[in-house]
Design a protein around this ligand. Sequence first.
Ligand code: DGY
Length: 321
Amino acid sequence: MSAERPIVVVTRKIPAAVEQEIATQFETRLNANDTPMSAEALEEAMRTADVVLCCVADKMTADIINTPGRRVKLLANYGVGFNNIDVAAAKAAGVLVSNTPEVLTEATADLAMTLVLMTARRTGEGERHLRGGQWTGWRPTHMMGTMVTGKTLGLVGFGRIARAVTKKAHDGFGMKVIFHDPLVPNGALGAEPRATLKEVLEESDFVSLHCPALPETRHLMNAQRLGEMKKSGILINTARGDVVDEAALVAALQRGQIAAAGLDVYEREPSVTSELLKMENVVLLPHLGSATLETREAMGRRALENIRLFVAGHPLRDRVA
Ligand code: DGY
């Protein structure tokens, strides 16, 4: 790296306090109008900067990573998931990749619980009903949902976010929590392990996905697995969109194979399969898992910490490639 101040490109607008912190330490190119960067703009960044602070919406493909004349040596991802980056290509090219774990655990777990409650209590539908001027007053059989307390929550994956969900669901809502994670054989925090995913799907009233997007987890929730859920089962996804086969999910909902779904992430973000938009029993949020000011600032500071360590020639705190 040259003796001049290292150049950091920040691909999207991040909380102002963190933008300022980055700008005081590095030659920083911010995205003032917050428009998505085109492939050409990302290539230009790869050629002219030392670090790109990118996020889930930036597709850091092998072509972009291998931009001829590349100067960038670190992709500091603003997010814990890094499936937007071709990590194998980065490794092969000697480009480091970092992420921002831990700081978004509670916010994402809160959002998973939000979706559990919203789907169970039909709150999206209820709000549309009221705002649409259809509410005629209280009546005993109006818009009945289902209880959360006492029900079984099945977690697919048992990492940090799933554990935070366990605490909220088990201690806060009196739910029985079970999980399947091939890497975690023993229970913890009141959650009981199940040897197979099938057992979790068959036993759970709510199934919440908490596994990373990997080739092995692509379309994990396919037609067969959705069919293994209870007919009254509700699917919650705050992980990554391509863990669910969205077409199979639409079919399962249309056939009444499962009762409802609460989604924060989609296979082809920002586009959402049009049939889902018409279903009252589906809650759809725009990838808000980590969207609190406190969390988004903490994510920025964690990315900045990795950039600082990289510039100082130290090992990264959160190196993923
Ligand atoms: C994450 O951190 O993975 C969030 O989904 C935003 O990318």
